[in-house]
Design a protein around this ligand. Structure first.
Ligand code: CU
Length: 867
């Protein structure tokens, strides 16, 4: 398959001889059988998608991850050998890589289909490994190889491999639920971009550098050697920027990245346009299709940038989804058909005469087909009312089917002729040709679904029944099903009125029961469950959504609590195993500074608190996503004197989730300052601290159990008048720790039942046991303590000391001049105070929550007292 040549038709020179060597044909044949098998499965999945949303995911992934990945791995290696004039890599290892890729793909698909996150995760890891090996081969091939003029094109294949590695890793996070609910949208956008524009887009664009002049029958432009690396740098760099920015939630950086990518495509397209000469091309049909394909890539990426610029991420997701037909049908499928129109006759024919005859067959009616296909893509892509989309689909599918018929007739002729040279390569092309057409069909059908949820309101008049009937409003939004738990008495006839309030689509499927269709924003659907006699679970079937926490437990009252837990499909994350508090924190971890600085001067204290999601190490070796004020849990400690004014600006950086704030230290009407603000909003909360104390602040958005339990709390210290200076001052905020995906049923169940995974001072279990606080013998220390809960108070005690001062909830209970002493500062949830003591001699003084269940599960630390 020599297509690097200058102004002449391929002659079957150097590369075909390599190509023919030792079983290469057979291997490519096998690879193509695999490709066709994946495509057939994709078509099957596409036809089933109305019944099960995961089928749409399967159709797209069977096509892209199964068929396209296999084809790209095979052909990028093959072309790299030709372009670099390199030695063929070891066949057995090539086979092993290909087998690894296919095994991994099968694992991913089965894992998602059967909802087995562990299998999905393992398969993603295997895919990353296999593609990394492929990348290593592509890189090493370049070393010491002679390299042709088009050697830079191999860079596109290498970049594509990197893109798949990133895409597989992101896909794994999404499908196994590790992306978490809040990062889901950004990571999914990043995943879609890196796979479509990187893994699929880059190698196709690179291949066009050699295919385009060949099809035109002109010399490759001299500038190609210079332009190709530029195009790669721009597209690759732009894509990298886009992916990082989308994952991090930097919208404008993502737009800039897409802009760079567009510039890269533009540079290539400009070169292609200049390559066009007056003389007629070798195949006008192929040229038009390749040209139109490049045009769609350009148009699609421009539209992509515009969508990202104009919409919030959650809405952009829908818009970007509508570009899939443009890229897969307009760009990829059209490139394939165009390439085959040119290549099939070249490879099948034994002489110029026969070649011309075959080409005449394949080009039959090409102008009509090109128009039909591209008009179809345009109809699919444009936001037109319903019949337009269907017409577009039929139109594009008809063009694809027509090409299938022509290809079949050419292949049959080739078979009859039975010339040695031709027939020996026939199987390879049979696979590719069938693949190209099935591509069109599979993608078209894959895109027909999902948009058909229009009349989704099933006016189901099934009378609910007699006495024990219940209708529950259920909403889907922010990766949650609300309520997440419904309790009914046995035999209750249950009806769920399901409404999607999210920008992205969801559905709800009841275990062994009915399911809603995919619901767009605002759509609703009623599910009749009939009499409920045993616990059921319901969840969103879109891949990754269940694992991210979109579940609903329907619990029959009177059944045991264990029963409800056993139904919980995602309890397996990090929680149930138990914590090893004796383990080590990871390298680079630093404890939260417990030292409390004196109140800053001035009477007005301004601060900005940003609400966000932050992943932190909450116990030795345990990382957990927390909901945070100012990036830490607890949030920053604020300190002032009686009468000081605090002006706090709350900014909600949390994509897709509302938060508010409540400062116990001031009194005011909660209505405005404690309101929930939506993502991107800010509010200024002003209060005057009229009274001294150690106060709690926390998120004021319901359910507060979850918002506080996931980290949105902090302390405000207002010094009592005349507070004496001491040698050391510490602040310790006590709290419970609940591991698992924030807001998931498993985690919230633990919160409700008051069974935390650990207890902590300043947010991290056992942190001051690993990194003790320090003091000197004879020094006087003051410990400010605030109990953040959300459920448990604290009995604060410092082993080996006696408190001579106790200040609790605004009053001194004990002062140094009194004869009595105290051993514990007891605080209910949300209470605060301080104690003082003097360390009599050097040694290690433990401080604990004297509720030993808490102390032994993380609520302990050490003060290391030196001479
Ligand atoms: Cu909140």
């Amino acid at each position: 398959m020599n297509i690097e040549q200058d102004g002449r038709e391929p002659t079957g020179g150097r590369y075909p001889s390599r190509f023919r060597r030792s079983g290469l044909k057979a291997r490519h044949l096998h690879a193509h059988i695999v490709v066709v098998a994946w495509l057939a499965l994709a078509l099957a999945a596409a036809t089933a998608q109305q019944t099960l949303p995961v089928a749409r995911w399967l159709a797209i992934h069977l096509f892209l991850l199964g068929a396209a990945t296999t084809a790209i791995v095979v052909w990028s290696e093959h072309f790299a050998v030709a372009l670099l004039h390199a030695r063929l890599p070891d066949e057995r290892w090539s086979d092993a890589r290909l087998a690894g890729v296919n095994l991994a793909v099968a694992g991913v698909l089965i894992g998602v289909w059967a909802d087995r996150p562990v299998l999905t995760g393992a398969a993603c890891a295997l895919l990353v490994t296999a593609v990394a090996a492929h990348l290593v081969v592509l890189v090493r091939m370049g070393r010491g190889a002679l390299g042709g003029r088009l050697a830079p094109v191999v860079g596109f294949y290498r970049a594509a491999a990197v893109a798949l590695i990133v895409g597989a890793a992101l896909g794994g996070l999404l499908a196994t639920g590790h992306a978490g609910a809040r990062n889901y949208t950004g990571l999914r956008l990043a995943h879609v971009h890196v796979t479509l524009l990187g893994w699929i887009g880059l190698p196709v664009l690179g291949t066009l550098f050699m295919l385009w002049p060949t099809v035109l029958g002109v010399r490759m432009a001299e500038r190609t050697t210079k332009v190709a690396p530029w195009a790669l740098a721009l597209t690759g760099g732009g894509l990298l920027t886009t992916v990082v920015a989308l994952a991090a939630g930097w919208r404008w950086a993502a737009v800039a990245g897409v802009g760079l990518y567009v510039a890269g495509v533009g540079v290539a397209v400009e070169l292609f346009a200049r390559t066009v000469r007056r003389r007629s091309p070798v195949s006008a049909a192929a040229a038009w299709m390749l040209g139109a394909a490049a045009g769609w890539l350009l148009a699609g990426t421009v539209a992509d940038g515009a969508i990202l610029a104009a919409r919030q991420p959650a809405e952009a997701q829908e818009g970007v989804g509508s570009l899939v037909p443009v890229l897969l049908v307009g760009f990829v499928a059209q490139v394939l058909i165009g390439a085959l129109t040119y290549l099939l006759p070249v490879v099948l024919a034994s002489g110029p005469k026969e070649r011309a005859a075959l080409r005449a067959v394949l080009e039959r009616g090409w102008a009509v087909r090109v128009v039909t296909l591209n008009a179809g893509v345009a109809l699919l892509a444009l936001p037109l009312p319903d019949p337009a989309g269907a017409a577009g689909m039929v139109s594009a599918a008809a063009a694809g089917a027509a090409f299938l018929v022509l290809t079949a007739s050419v292949l049959v002729r080739g078979a009859h002729r039975a010339g040695e040279g031709g027939s020996s390569r026939r199987p390879v092309l049979l696979g590719t040709a069938a693949g190209a057409v099935l591509t069109v069909l599979a993608v078209l059908v894959a895109n027909s679904g999902g948009d058909t949820s229009g009349p989704a309101v099933a006016a189901d008049a099934g009378s609910g029944g007699s006495s024990a009937a219940r209708t529950v409003d259920v909403t889907l939004s922010g990766m949650r099903v609300r309520p997440s738990r419904i309790e009914v008495t046995r035999g209750t006839t249950l009806r769920l009125e399901v409404t999607n309030k999210d920008a992205q689509r969801h559905d709800l499927k009841v275990e062994d029961g009915p399911a809603t269709p995919l619901l767009a924003r605002g759509d609703d659907h009623t599910l009749d469950l009939g009499p409920v006699t045993e616990d059921r679970e319901a969840w969103c079937t879109l891949p990754g959504h269940r694992a991210a926490g979109m579940t609903l437990d329907i619990v029959v009252k009177g059944s045991t609590g264990e029963d409800a837990d056993a139904h919980d499909g995602h309890a397996s994350l990090a929680d149930s195993a138990g914590l090893d508090l004796s383990g080590e924190f990871s390298g680079g971890w630093r404890p939260r500074d417990a030292d409390l600085a004196p109140a800053p001067g001035g009477t007005v204290h301004k601060a900005e608190l940003r609400a966000a999601h932050t992943t932190v190490e909450v116990a030795p070796g345990v990382r957990q996503q927390m909901w945070t004020f100012g990036g830490t849990a607890p949030g920053p400690t604020l300190r002032g004197k009686v009468g000081d004014v605090f002006e706090i600006t709350l900014v909600n950086d949390d994509q897709g989730m509302g938060h508010g704030i409540d400062f116990h230290a001031g009194s005011l009407a909660p209505d405005r300052p404690m309101r929930t603000i939506q993502p991107g909003e800010r509010l200024v909360y002003r209060f005057r601290a009229e009274r001294a104390g150690a106060w709690l602040y926390h998120c004021s958005t319901a359910p507060m159990l979850q918002h506080i339990g996931n980290g949105m709390y902090g302390a405000v210290v207002i010094d009592p008048p005349g507070l004496k200076q001491v040698d050391r001052e510490y602040v310790l905020v006590s709290s419970e720790l609940y591991l698992g995906t924030p807001g998931s049923t498993a985690q919230v169940t633990k919160m409700r039942e008051g069974t935390p995974d650990a207890w902590a001072f300043n947010g991290v279990a056992a942190q001051y046991a690993k990194r003790p606080l320090t003091a000197k013998a004879g020094e006087r220390a003051r410990f400010w303590v605030v109990a953040a809960g959300p459920g448990d108070g604290i009995a604060f005690h410092v082993v080996g000391t006696v408190f001579d001062t106790v200040y609790k909830e605004g009053a001194h209970l004990l002062k140094p001049d009194q004869p009595g002493g105290a051993q514990v500062l007891d605080l209910a949830p949300a209470q605060g105070g301080f104690v003082e003591t003097t360390f009599p001699e050097p040694g290690h003084y433990s401080f604990v929550d004297h509720d030993m269940r808490h102390a032994e599960s993380g609520a302990h630390g050490t003060v290391e007292v030196s001479e």
